[in-house]
Design a binder for this molecule. Structure first.
Ligand SMILES: NC(=O)c1ccc[n+]([C@@H]2O[C@H](COP(=O)([O-])OP(=O)(O)OC[C@H]3O[C@@H](n4cnc5c(N)ncnc54)[C@H](OP(=O)(O)O)[C@@H]3O)[C@@H](O)[C@H]2O)c1
Length: 300
């Protein structure tokens, strides 16, 4: 769904996760638009008295959550993506906030991982809570597609899974996603909606990301293929220890996370065909991954 562009009147907004990648872009955008922004720190979310005092001071009309488990490990995901968001939702309802905007992820539409299940469980609680909600499910961030810049710059081949065309996504920049989030504030088109969103398109495969990166570096593209099956083998080796050790449970989950991103597209799943669909994945913004790669190469 493409939202009608709305620049909302200045509002009192409480933002959680402002120290993160997207949260910091959202904070910059909200401040530039003249909203009265209060940031809730990690400490405030862990301390009910401090959170109540922060909320009482801020009296937010809108609460935006950009918090997320930094590790994706099962226990941390439950603690942050579910539990910390519940604490925030309860506090938002106590002070009578009208809208709760949640930064989620497009991958929750096919939940095979602990952090996806934690996010989905919170989404369900948010929808059932009675507060006005907007759930934003973006595709891949630029930072997640920039891990091989140094490899390529140092002359190494770009690593792909299979032939490099197993997955596709529509990358979105931090700044564009922050713009999309800010346009959801008080926007009737975003009211009580779950909104998947991608960048300006087109959808690109991992191989095309590599070609883009080599072009930005002015080099001939070179690839090395890796089988996603290595993650299945790793998981099989680690999983037997998961029942008795957190270390094994975490590492087995990391292997599942790696396999997921190696094999699943970050596009909307067509409910009829069951396949990922470029056309069903809305586009927003102007920033391109190619320009981002050029900036990173210049800076590194
Ligand atoms: N990476 C991608 O390509 C992608 C694509 C689609 C969706 N997403 C989703 O986007 C979301 C945000 O991503 P991001 O990259 O902006 O995250 P990030 O940079 O890792 O930032 C996470 C934020 O959450 C806060 N946080 C972590 N644990 C907390 C806790 N226990 N209590 C309170 N706050 C806590 C962090 O605070 P501290 O600074 O104190 O740690 C930080 O502000 C995630 O839900 C992710 O799944 C990511």
């Amino acid at each position: 769904m493409a939202m009608i562009k709305v620049v909302s009147a200045p509002r009192r907004i409480l933002l959680a996760g402002a120290s993160g990648t997207i949260g910091s872009a959202v904070a910059a955008r909200l401040n530039a638009e003249g909203h009265a922004v209060t940031c809730a720190s990690r400490a405030a979310l862990g301390d009910p008295a401090l959170l109540a005092a922060t909320m009482a001071d801020a009296r937010p009309e809108v609460v935006i959550s950009c918090i997320a488990s930094r590790s994706g490990a099962p226990k941390d995901a439950q603690l942050v993506d579910f539990q910390a968001n519940i604490v925030l939702l309860d506090a938002a309802q106590t002070v009578g906030a009208a809208q709760f905007i949640l930064l989620s992820a497009i991958c929750v539409q096919k939940p095979l991982l602990a952090f996806q299940r934690a996010k989905l469980a919170f989404e369900a609680r948010l929808v059932a809570s009675g507060i006005g909600y907007t759930i934003i499910r973006p595709t891949a961030f630029f930072k997640s597609l920039s891990g091989q810049v140094k490899r390529v710059k140092s002359g190494k081949p770009f690593l792909i899974f299979g032939d490099g065309n197993l997955t596709r996504c529509k990358p979105i920049s931090d700044r564009d996603l922050a713009g999309f989030i800010s346009e959801a504030i008080g926007n009737p088109e975003a009211a009580n909606r779950i909104l998947p969103i991608g960048g300006p398109g087109p959808a690109i495969s991992l191989r095309e990301q590599g070609e883009m990166l080599f072009a930005a570096a002015g080099r001939q593209a070179r690839f090395r293929s890796v089988s996603p099956a290595i993650f299945t083998w790793a998981e099989r080796a680690l999983q037997p220890g998961a029942g008795v050790s957190d270390w094994f449970a975490q590492k087995a989950e990391y292997a599942r996370i790696a396999r997921y991103y190696a094999t699943e597209s970050m596009l909307v799943l067509d409910p009829v065909s069951g396949h990922y669909c470029t056309d069903l994945t809305p586009e927003y913004g102007v920033d391109t991954l190619a320009a981002h790669y050029r900036e990173l190469l210049l800076a590194s």
